[in-house]
Ligand binder design. Sequence first.
Ligand code: BES
Ligand code: MN
Ligand code: ZN
Length: 513
Amino acid sequence: MTALTLSTAAAPGLRVDAIVVGVAKVTGSASGDLVVAPGAEAVDKAYDGRLAGVLETLGASGGEGEVTKLPAPSGFKAPLVLAVGLGALPEKDGSFSAETLRRAAGAAARALAGTKKAGFALPVEDAADAGAVGEGVLLGAYSFDAYKDIAKDAKAAKNGKAPLGEATLLGGKPRDKAFKAALERATAVSEELNRARDLINTPPNDLNPEAFAAVAQAAAKEHGIKVQVLDEKALAKGGYGGILGVGAGSASTPRLVKLSYTSSKAKKHLAFVGKGITYDSGGISLKPAGHNETMKCDMSGAAAVFAAVVAAARLNLEVNVTGWLALAENMPSGSATRPGDVLRMYSGKTVEVLNTDAEGRLVLADAIAKASEENPDAIVDVATLTGAMMLALGNRTFGIMANDDAFRSAVHEAAEEVGEAAWPMPLPEHLKKGMDSPTADIANMGERYGGGLVAGLFLKEFVGEGITWAHLDIAGPAFNEQGPFGYTPKGGTGSAVRTLVRLAELTAVGDLG
Ligand code: BES
Ligand code: MN
Ligand code: ZN
């Protein structure tokens, strides 16, 4: 992955392939509509103070994420200057937001694919800004090449678009504790988030539940996290009817992975639960063509939980975090669960499966019930759970449901702080009736309208008595089928990783809610 360093060097003398500067829009200024953002003064000076004018001539508008490349001024070691748009210049005395910097750094880093080294002269006022730029660079430079020739062929990598190799952030304070910590945090979070993206992008013939569990086991070992894997035999012995029922149709057997990160200084305990359907064909209620091509992404919740637990360990957070990965492949076969079957869940409740494509709630119900036994201070589950949530919130915003209004707000705030778009959703009691089953305690499907909320209400039934719980439905933002934007690539995005890490951080310092 891209290497990140801080430097006090001046831009002209920096031995890099490109210098990145920020450019912003101003309205109603006599001197033009563009302004070079703070941090790039030395670069602007080398263009005799005319960089904004030059960029305007080249057609730049300063719009968010817009990239303009131009030859570096004479006297520069770097041959190229890359101007990235920051959008509107903040009001007088205002600053660019962390998310603006993160997105701009991400867009610039992606545009620098095929480049070895770059210097970033963006407007960094404090350590938090440096962290945001660092995160943007590491997340924006990401690309998934494991199945392409550039992964194994050096020549192809050179001609093609290998990710940016090294990024030097200018304008920071390399010896300052806060700056160092911000970069370390950005590196740990981004590396784990990118690993979650790799897992999501890995084709389902290579990432089945067993393979995912093996990856989790290896990472846990590396980072001093306790790990326990329940295979199909252990799941049968333990009575995990939900996970087994969903996995029953697949030649690849299901797993439940428990990752326990503990800190000797912890006062609180969080449990994260992730939906890990390594492929969702729909099962016997088979999805039609057009709805299954991207269903390798259906383990994005488990990938986010895995990444967040490892990041918490790397950051030595003073909180105990348990991650539960509910892993299964949802396939149709002679041994598959049928619509009409009744499953006896881990909690003891019975569920009539009316639609085998509503499988996520079945694996999550078992994992949530199991997680509840440890009486954590809160449970947060993450899942690509419903198409209905995508219809409601689009493909960049995840829905937050909870059994506690204050906790739902706290999760929403945490998401906002790290730049993840999220929105609170209700759990209206009256929708529960739709899940009444003539045969079992509950059915796995209810009314069509409000389908995302129905799924949330189903999960709520499996949360232990008195435990605070939130549910993140990331079906929209988990997988980006459109073009890349900001620091978000095409494909797996790593949605919810940063929100979970933030929740762990806030819980560690006793600031949650
Ligand atoms: N994994 C899907 C939800 C999904 C859809 C995620 C699109 C990402 C993109 C989930 O298992 C599913 O199939 N849900 C059904 C539930 C329905 C049968 C009650 C849905 O949303 O249609
Ligand atoms: Mn499904
Ligand atoms: Zn699914």
